[in-house]
Design a protein around this ligand. Structure first.
Ligand SMILES: *[C@@H]1O[C@H](CO)[C@@H](O)[C@H](O)[C@H]1NC(C)=O
Length: 228
């Protein structure tokens, strides 16, 4: 009886151990923190929310990783930013959260924005749509903002938020930062991924892996600039 029970729980325990291991391993490589308010002044929320923050539930997750700038060779900041976004968004497009979004989008053209070859061809200029619901709303040399902006053929729940991806030089280091900001009006809509402890944990794990693998891939491709 106990033996059977043990056998039944083994796969679950196994994956919990595996995820915990991944989490611990990654926390040394990529810092990640989520707060129920914007963590830094560089994040500008839409004015309707900025003016009445007490009416909204706001979560801001910030994941960051620093490496010596010298290891980036001759890459410029805009190139680094574009390549990082290509890697991380192409990887994201193949993960379960992206399948969920894909399923809720019916239009073939919108579904095409999940395609790896399409994502890898993007410059991430204003107006570029990626993984169905993310649209580049602004871009400068070291920062790209993607608004959550579902296309007409999307039939899922309304989720509001934005992603901000930055590449910053600080002293002799270059820091990669991924901000995920989500909000909803109190009493309206459904709780988002960052509102529960479990959701924050899973999301943090996913984003840490994305940042870590994106930066590793970038370093591995050094010197081979064909992609741009
Ligand atoms: C940032 O996180 C989002 C998930 O919120 C992910 O889709 C995206 O690929 C990540 N980007 C980078 C550059 O890590």
């Amino acid at each position: 009886m106990t033996y059977k029970l043990l056998l039944a729980t083994l796969p679950i325990a196994g994956s919990v151990f595996y995820l915990t291991y991944l989490h611990l391993n990654l926390s040394r490589k990529v810092q990640c923190q989520t707060k129920p308010y914007p963590q830094d002044k560089t994040i500008t929320l839409p004015s309707t929310i900025q003016n009445r923050p007490e009416k909204y539930i706001i979560h801001h997750e910030r994941a960051r990783k620093s490496i010596p700038t010298a290891s980036l060779g001759t890459y410029s900041k805009p190139e680094t930013l574009t390549l990082l976004l290509r890697h991380t968004m192409a990887t994201f497009s193949r993960q379960p959260p992206a399948w969920g979004i894909w399923y809720l989008i019916k239009d073939a053209k919108d579904r095409g924005t999940f395609d790896s070859a399409y994502i890898r061809s993007l410059q991430f200029a204003p107006g570029d749509r990626v993984c169905g619901v993310y649209v580049v709303s602004s871009r400068d040399a070291e920062r790209v903002t993607l608004a959550l902006d579902a296309p007409e053929s999307y039939s899922g729940p309304l989720v509001e938020g934005m992603l901000v991806v930055e590449v910053k030089e600080e002293g002799s280091e270059t820091t990669f930062i991924n901000h995920t900001v989500m909000w909803r009006e109190k009493g309206k809509g459904r709780a988002g991924a960052l509102e529960s402890a479990g959701g924050r944990w899973m999301h943090g794990l996913m984003v840490r892996r994305l940042v870590e693998s994106g930066v590793q891939r970038l370093l591995a491709e050094l010197g081979d600039k064909k992609g741009l």
